[in-house]
Unconditional design. Structure first.
Length: 236
């Protein structure tokens, strides 16, 4: 049986994966509530392999550094991210990497991920890496799309629409979860920073008998208020 591949992606309510220099949202779009962070840590703590495109990997390493001591970012979610077994798919990068558990796979993402799905003994999860994952969806290699929607509208400053240019796909809803206060009920709250995120989880409709419900999660990189903190790497 091949390993399950999950495309794990965060977006604003209007579908953007990041924001431009005029945006002042900060990391997690300012929605790093405790329930949200707990959900994120639970998802990331599962036994799995992370698969990243080159741009997303470079941004993570640039922001998080090789260790908490060097970057000053010391929290359970991001500490886990640094130490996860990670495959970096790139035709341009060269190793070794600052993250000791990251390995390089040169080549086309479709070929690399198809092989990983057959060989991996643990599930595969890709965070962000938008262009890579659009290609993988078109090739039929994505089993689940795990989408975290933040209660933010960034029509003026939003960038990187997460599904722009993606193939048309028929998805089936597997699960929904979120904070108990119903953060996405439609009320306007300005830039409140204490809310978690509603979560929608779905996957590509292939074999309904193999569908599994998976838990919700949140976003990466909650400090430093930088644009990179919400960015998914549109080029891979």
């Amino acid at each position: 049986m091949s390993a399950t591949y999950t495309f794990d992606v965060f977006a604003t309510l209007d579908g953007f994966g990041s924001y431009g220099p005029d945006g002042d949202w900060g990391g997690y779009w300012g929605k790093q509530g405790p329930e949200f962070l707990d959900r994120r840590l639970a998802v990331m703590s599962e036994d799995q392999r992370l698969v990243l495109g080159a741009t997303t990997f470079r941004e993570f390493v640039q922001l998080l550094g090789p260790s908490a001591e060097e970057s000053g970012i010391d929290d359970p979610v991001n500490n886990r991210l640094r130490t996860m077994p990670t495959t970096v798919v790139s035709k341009t990068l060269t190793g070794p990497f600052a993250w000791s558990d990251a390995t390089l796979e040169n080549g086309d993402a479709v070929d690399v991920v198809a092989r990983l799905k057959e060989e991996s003994e643990t599930p595969l999860r890709s965070h962000g890496s938008l262009s890579m994952n659009r290609s993988l969806m078109a090739a039929g290699l994505v089993d689940r799309v795990q989408l975290t929607i933040f209660p933010v509208i960034s029509g003026r400053t939003g960038t990187n629409p997460i599904f722009a240019g993606a193939a048309d796909l028929d998805l089936e809803l597997a699960a929904m979860s979120g904070p108990h206060d119903g953060a996405a009920r439609g009320q306007q709250s300005g830039h409140r920073r204490d809310r978690g995120a509603d979560v929608v989880v779905g996957h590509v409709a292939e074999d309904a008998a193999e569908q599994q419900e998976v838990g919700g999660h949140g976003a990466q990189v909650g400090r430093r208020g930088s644009r990179v903190a919400a960015h998914h790497g549109d080029r891979g």
